[in-house]
Design a binder for this molecule. Sequence first.
Ligand code: HEM
Length: 346
Amino acid sequence: MRFAESFGGWVVTRHSEVDRVLTEHAVFSSDELRYSAQPIPHGSNPLLRGLQAMDPPRHHAVRRIVSQVFTPRAVASLEPSITARVHALLADAGERFDLIGAVAYPLSVHTIADLLGVQPSRWPDFVRWTEAITSFFGTFTADEARRTAFHQALKEMGDYFREEFERPTGIIATLMASDLTEDELIDFCALLLINGHETTKTLLVNAVLCLTSRPRPDDLRLAVEEVSRYLPATGGTDRFVTRPTMLGGRELRPGDRVVAMITAANRDPEVFTDPHTFDPDRTPNPHLSFGHGIHFCLGAHLARLEVRIALTALFDRPWRITDLDTHRTPVGIDVQKVTVATNPGR
Ligand code: HEM
């Protein structure tokens, strides 16, 4: 563990220490605005003050309501529609396609839009809004045009949901039973798109990267867990120290920022044998890619299901990657484009 000026905080890499930071929420708070000695500028954005940035008791109350949307049963009931969506996307994509644009991106956005009860005729709007929102958050230096597109997308999405609140059905009705204000509800829906879409898209792309040129794994559940461990869709997450504590032999003070590096914890040799080897049959696999403790990812079942269904459909036929375009960012490798050819021998 070390203090990194570039992160403005303590970078925690051992599995046991990352796990402690994630689970001891009374010592390591998620509420940056309340506890951070130096909140980062975008900390004032209301989108980032969603569930993920709340501490108990508020977190507990809100999570109890919204988790009804994501129960294993509710998610399992989406399996037929996700399967149909995957087959339709693959059929439209043809025998040579851009995995991100033709499959991963629409699959993840349409699934969340569907979950939120959005009519299919409005899904293209959701794709557009999500693009504007995530491309604003995805850059380290957002320019003016992106900022404007981001605010415009939030406004249009807000208008859309305000209309839905007039005649609430399904999940929107469930969410309205919480004591969230209308603005908080809209933020929560936007947060689902941001949290759920980029990460699920990345997990599917990473699964294709890991599994190309390999036979279909016997157990796709284990394989998806191993992709999550080996190439996590989330690099790490922040916490803020609430009271003096020791971690990794260092003395942490209230207000200190702690960056729990999930990528590093997932390759800790004290927990994983051959941590740098991708083993699709690895079990047990206590990776931390979906977090741990009270903030454990609400969409984990959904993301796993979507990726498993997409892989099952892809492995119905021979396939391979024919083109790969990546670029390096300050925090890792960004996959720009993956071209997949099915029935490549024909
Ligand atoms: C929380 C990762 C997909 C919604 C989290 C956290 C992680 C994570 C690491 C915990 C953050 C923390 O403790 O600070 C991922 C990954 C995904 C994924 C790797 C896909 C591969 C999704 C999806 C949704 C979603 C599909 C929703 C549709 C959320 C929400 C939280 C969360 C609402 C906050 C939960 C809370 O604070 O109680 N996710 N996520 N995620 N995730 Fe995901």
